[in-house]
Design a binder for this molecule. Structure first.
Ligand SMILES: N[C@@H](CCC(=O)N[C@@H](CS)C(=O)NCC(=O)O)C(=O)O
Length: 227
């Protein structure tokens, strides 16, 4: 199979983390990105979004697009380790947290914090740190408190095991880190501890250094904004 999409997309990273958890092999084409689409990409994904997956690399007529669809497909391809809780309540909760992270959290981090820094640098403009700080405060006023409240006293977001909910949250927060924002310990201690716990998983840890190096290789110096 063949997976398409820039490595810095949190949705592409989400699919790659799930593939790594499940030891699934795939060809990888990192080219498609909101900063530039290879010719004909819309024939694979008419929505022109990443990630996109061809289950059979030689058959461009059958694609699975959207990280949630791809991850659920991976779960069926290799059910071990299970990344979707068995119990109905935990399962429903995992899907809900996945949805919150893929929609509102992704928007608030992507448009509000990541793009003003990364997209500006990538298009030759100075990073807009002020816009990113404003974006971060919007995030910190509603969504991060909600997610922290949902985590409660638990180690993981849904049930008592690592799941798609933890992956969906972590991959978005990784993009905050990449542009210099950490979760402040005084306001988001439990959420930050959860993030750090997830980063120690080999399937996720491999991308931390990789993404940082990639940004540095592009010649960007990202300043720490919030530690
Ligand atoms: N719900 C989709 C969202 C995918 C998405 O929005 N990806 C972004 C990149 S991070 C994209 O392709 N954006 C296209 C654009 O901005 O033109 C998923 O889970 O895969």
């Amino acid at each position: 199979m063949k997976l398409f999409g820039s490595p810095l997309s949190p949705f592409v990273r989400k699919a790659r983390i799930v593939a790594a958890e499940k030891n699934l092999e795939y060809e990888y084409d990192p080219r498609p990105s909101p900063l530039g689409w290879p010719e004909g990409f819309e024939e694979i994904n008419p929505l022109k979004r990443i990630p996109a997956l061809l289950p059979d690399s030689d058959n461009p007529d059958f694609a699975i697009n959207d990280s949630s669809a791809i991850c659920a497909y991976f779960e069926k391809l290799n059910p071990n380790p299970a990344l979707y809780p068995e119990a109905a309540t935990d399962y429903g909760r995992a899907l809900w947290i996945e949805e919150v992270c893929d929609s509102e959290l992704a928007n608030k981090i992507g448009l509000g914090v990541f793009r003003p820094v990364f997209f500006n640098l990538a298009t030759g403009k100075p990073a807009d740190a002020q816009a990113a700080h404003t974006g971060f405060e919007v995030l910190a006023s509603l969504l991060l408190p909600y997610l922290q409240e949902q985590l409660g006293e638990r180690d993981y977001m849904a049930g008592d095991a690592f799941s798609i909910a933890d992956i969906s949250l972590t991959t978005q927060l990784m993009n905050l880190n990449l542009v210099g924002f950490a979760l402040p310990k005084d306001r988001f201690g439990p959420l930050r501890a959860h993030f750090e716990r997830c980063l120690t998983r080999p399937s996720i840890a491999q991308f931390v250094e990789h993404d940082k190096k990639l940004i540095e290789k592009m010649g960007f110096v990202v300043e720490r904004q919030i530690d």
